[in-house]
Design a protein around this ligand. Structure first.
Ligand SMILES: Cc1cc2nc3c(=O)[nH]c(=O)nc-3n(C[C@H](O)[C@H](O)[C@H](O)COP(=O)(O)O)c2cc1C
Length: 324
């Protein structure tokens, strides 16, 4: 069991936010699986995101990898919250938390979203000891036209992170995480940690509290290209996805994701970053086998997440990763 602020995740294996955690049936199946310790919803915006035929996913032929051109979910946040409430109040499966993935481009919208989530937490009697809902801010979708992932330009995220800090200051039982993009050099990791340090708030006595309880590392690697002959589908179209460029995940991303989890883990354990020591890492990227999950844990992940294998195998993916 892993405790992250007010949520308990057991077993420490989850789905990460993806196109296959998008509707009630999918979320319920994830919730009912004994192999998932929490369920992450697909990233939602306040009003829903327009989806077209160009938003799609292709699986590769020779490895367990994907390229996808999806933006955020077409379903608005309110729809996810209603599904989450339905599942939490009607399922016979042992209680497990939902990680509600959200995306917003301005502070006012984000505040509305967080406050709506908080209203549901109050209704569900979430407590500081045991909560059923956490928030993950997606800072790293590579497929949004004219909106580069803010995780790569960390100072541009500060207005949104300030909203999260203020909402946490009102209620420290709110568990908040950041979904981060794959980084490729050390300064990018330091930019995240330095930016977050400035958002810590005073605790009891001399102590300081960090509003962010976890990082989910990594999202897909954007600006990637695959051709149809590399995919397991019909070879129609010029590229594997109609947009040509998309985000790559699965085996093709694994080494970079491991490197990201390792680097964050090392930096968070460095005494220079003592303020941030409580941040847990959810490791994702190419967790397509039991061995890959073990590598993620060795690299420093407290919890392991999967999207691509889940897309390929359905909820059986978590049984495979657990080694059963
Ligand atoms: C089809 C697809 C859709 C995705 N949608 C989201 C999303 O809505 N929000 C998000 O934070 N990450 C999204 N991701 C990224 C995954 O959560 C995960 O971080 C990434 O795919 C790496 O894990 P994997 O190698 O197990 O797929 C998506 C990934 C895929 C393959």
């Amino acid at each position: 069991m892993v405790k992250i602020n007010s949520i308990k995740v057991s077993p420490s294996l989850i789905n990460t936010s993806c196109a296959w955690s998008s509707n009630l049936t999918q979320l319920k199946e994830l919730y009912d699986s004994p192999y998932t310790g929490a369920v992450t919803t697909r990233s939602a915006t306040l009003d829903g995101f327009p989806e077209t035929e160009s938003n799609t996913v292709a699986f590769t032929r020779t490895t367990v990898s994907t390229i996808n051109s999806f933006g955020y979910s077409p379903h608005p946040l309110a729809q996810y919250l209603s599904w989450v409430e339905t599942i939490l109040t009607t399922s016979d499966a042992p209680k497990k938390p939902f990680i509600v993935s959200i995306a917003a481009s301005d502070p006012t919208t984000l505040r509305t979203m967080v406050q709506t989530i908080q209203s549901l937490r109050t209704k569900l009697n979430d407590t500081p000891e045991l909560s059923t809902i956490a928030i993950e801010l997606n800072t790293s979708c590579p497929n949004i036209h004219n909106a580069p992932p803010t995780g790569y330009t960390f100072p541009s995220l500060l207005p949104l992170l300030t909203v999260l800090k203020e909402e946490y200051a009102k209620d420290e039982s709110l568990t908040i995480g950041l979904k981060l993009p794959p980084f490729v050099h050390r300064d990018q990791f330091l930019a995240v940690l330095d930016g977050i340090k400035d958002l810590c708030i005073p605790g009891e006595g001399d102590s300081v509290k960090c509003p962010f309880a976890f990082f989910t590392s990594t999202n897909t690697l954007g600006n990637s290209l695959l051709f149809p002959d590399q995919t397991d589908g019909e070879e129609t179209g010029e590229f594997a996805v109609p947009t040509a460029l998309g985000g790559v995940a699965g085996d093709a991303l694994h080494a970079l994701s491991l490197g990201n989890v390792y680097t964050f883990s090392q930096l968070l354990n460095n005494p220079e970053n003592a303020l941030l020591k409580g941040i847990s890492i959810i490791g994702a990227g190419g967790v397509t086998s039991k061995e890959a999950a073990e590598r993620m844990r060795k690299a420093g992940a407290a919890i392991v997440g999967s999207a691509t294998l889940f897309g390929k195998e359905g909820v059986r993916a978590f049984e495979i990763i657990a080694g059963n």
